[in-house]
Design a binder for this molecule. Structure first.
Ligand SMILES: *[C@@H]1O[C@H](CO)[C@@H](O)[C@H](O)[C@H]1NC(C)=O
Ligand SMILES: *[C@@H]1O[C@H](CO)[C@@H](O)[C@H](O)[C@H]1NC(C)=O
Ligand SMILES: *[C@@H]1O[C@H](CO)[C@@H](O)[C@H](O)[C@H]1NC(C)=O
Ligand SMILES: *[C@@H]1O[C@H](CO)[C@@H](O)[C@H](O)[C@H]1NC(C)=O
Ligand SMILES: *[C@@H]1O[C@H](CO)[C@@H](O)[C@H](O)[C@H]1NC(C)=O
Ligand SMILES: *[C@@H]1O[C@H](CO)[C@@H](O)[C@H](O)[C@H]1NC(C)=O
Ligand SMILES: *[C@@H]1O[C@H](CO)[C@@H](O)[C@H](O)[C@H]1NC(C)=O
Ligand SMILES: *[C@@H]1O[C@H](CO)[C@@H](O)[C@H](O)[C@H]1NC(C)=O
Ligand SMILES: *[C@@H]1O[C@H](CO)[C@@H](O)[C@H](O)[C@H]1NC(C)=O
Length: 401
């Protein structure tokens, strides 16, 4: 009897599902997909470059982090380093015990999209990533306004929202991962918004597992400015970051910009940029209040936009405007960027002393190597010290037997 009842139930349910699939709108399809994934979580990762990462994700999931709670405190083996006269130097003469990566070490605000948004609102949808419900909301939607209102109330000029632009369908790599983790750790944003497409790959899944406040904003790349076609995707991203900051305010980051300490001291300026070079302001890390007047002037400057000029409107123009409107922005003396792009060996081969930097730009398009969680533990370059500082809380070499 019991068996027949179950069989009957299955038949009725599958018929209903099939009929519904044919006639109902997309969000119901998404929901059915959600249920299917939920019941059948045997996802396979398509781009498992790093077996260790996968193992740690799986372990983390099955043990609920308990196993990881016994990690080693960073610097516990510092006595070893103290035998050296200039212990905390930038020469990597000694090694410390690096802790294991632990998901719960990385702060992330819990965001309840269902509470803030109506799921019936045009364009609001979700998908399942790494067994988490991941939300997509339209740019300039009621939903996004509510999320900001509910989670990002602030007394500072700059709201604590982190923004990334992701305009092409590409896999998240190790360096993007470092940038996202650094933002979570050192900004601890109320929302982490990825505008444009959704990244994919194992690193991305790891981020989705860690960040409970990461949301995809379905923003279309701007294709035109003052009647001119914006020819390159990089230039579209240059314009988009200004539009996003004008609309919502917050902290914009390039995907290879790594935050090294809290930006708290800068949150009361209406607009902050850093010099990249003496005649050039970087647009790789920008802090802005909503509607900052400097952005309006910057966007106006795009009247002379020309596809052939690679970095003019993104870096030279804001520098020129800063002379005209010095009261509208705060300028950092290269603390978001250095070493500059003519000093790449300092980044890729030597050990640069970044103790005064707020952030560092990794210039990934000039770097031909791809690192992993494992090989950065012994990497004797600035790239290595930055990666260890973000992942293992120490810039020193890891003592690995
Ligand atoms: C997982 O850990 C959290 C707190 O760290 C706890 O509240 C929760 O009950 C745990 N879940 C399981 C299934 O052990
Ligand atoms: C500290 O490092 C040394 C290697 O020089 C190692 O032999 C020792 O076991 C480490 N101590 C701890 C507590 O990990
Ligand atoms: C690194 O830079 C900081 C700040 O400029 C300085 O105080 C420190 O002495 C430097 N360390 C070394 C080993 O040069
Ligand atoms: C997926 O998440 C649910 C609860 O959110 C949990 O019960 C289930 O075990 C998870 N599945 C996997 C494979 O982690
Ligand atoms: C920041 O902007 C607000 C209005 O948007 C303005 O009232 C205030 O004076 C500005 N602060 C500075 C330091 O420019
Ligand atoms: C890069 O930085 C170095 C050291 O501060 C400086 O000498 C050089 O002029 C800078 N390059 C540019 C293009 O500004
Ligand atoms: C300005 O700075 C950027 C980095 O922010 C760099 O890529 C660009 O080449 C620089 N341009 C000039 C003319 O210095
Ligand atoms: C931005 O400024 C414009 C006019 O300069 C004003 O109409 C608008 O309400 C402002 N928006 C916000 C969010 O302050
Ligand atoms: C900027 O910092 C450099 C050191 O990195 C220093 O030599 C220079 O004087 C500073 N410039 C200003 C305007 O503070």
């Amino acid at each position: 009897m019991e068996f027949l009842r179950v069989l009957f139930y299955i038949l009725v349910m599958s018929t209903i599902c099939t009929v519904f699939s044919l006639v109902l709108p997309n969000y119901i399809h998404d929901y059915i997909g959600h249920i299917k994934d939920y019941l059948n979580p045997g996802r396979v990762c398509k781009n498992c470059r790093e077996v260790n990462l996968q193992t740690s994700i799986l372990k983390e999931k099955t043990t609920n982090s308990t196993e990881y709670s016994q990690y080693i405190v960073p610097y516990s083996n510092q006595t070893l380093c103290q035998n050296y006269p200039d212990a905390k130097n930038w020469r990597f003469q000694c090694s410390v015990q690096c802790k294991e990566l632990k998901l719960t070490d990385i702060p992330s605000t819990e965001v309840d999209v269902i509470k803030s948004c109506s799921m019936l609102e045009e364009g609001v949808s979700w998908s399942i990533i790494a067994n988490r419900t991941f939300f997509h909301v339209p740019y300039k939607s009621k939903c996004l306004d509510n999320l900001i209102k509910d989670h990002c109330q602030t007394s500072t000029a700059v709201p604590n929202i982190a923004h990334y632009i992701w305009f092409s369908k590409r896999e998240m790599n190790f360096y993007h991962f470092l940038s996202f983790i650094s933002a979570l750790k050192h900004i601890n944003p109320c929302l982490l918004l990825v505008h444009g497409e959704v990244p994919y790959g194992l690193y991305w899944e790891y981020i989705v597992l860690i960040a409970n406040n990461i949301i995809n904003v379905k923003m279309e790349p701007p294709t035109e400015i003052f009647g001119k076609k914006i020819g390159r995707v990089e230039h579209q991203a240059d314009v988009a970051r200004l539009l996003v900051l004008k609309e919502y305010g917050g902290i914009y980051l390039d995907t290879d910009e790594v935050i090294l300490r809290s930006l708290e001291d800068l949150m009361d300026y209406n607009f902050t940029l850093s010099h990249a070079t003496d005649n050039n302001l970087s647009n790789g890390l920008i802090l802005s209040t909503p509607n900052a007047t400097f952005i309006s002037h910057w966007l106006d400057g795009y009247k002379t936009y020309n596809k052939a000029q690679w970095a003019h409107h993104s870096t030279i123009l804001p520098n020129q405007l800063s002379f005209k409107y010095p009261h509208l922005l705060h300028i950092e003396n290269k603390t978001f960027v250095r070493p500059n792009y003519t000093q790449l060996p300092l980044l890729f081969q030597k050990n640069f002393n970044w103790s005064k930097n707020y952030a560092i730009h990794l210039y990934i398009r000039y770097y031909k190597r791809m690192h992993t969680f494992i090989d950065v533990r012994r990497l004797k370059t600035t790239m290595g010290s930055v990666a260890r500082y973000i992942l293992y809380d120490t810039k020193e070499l890891c003592f690995d037997a």
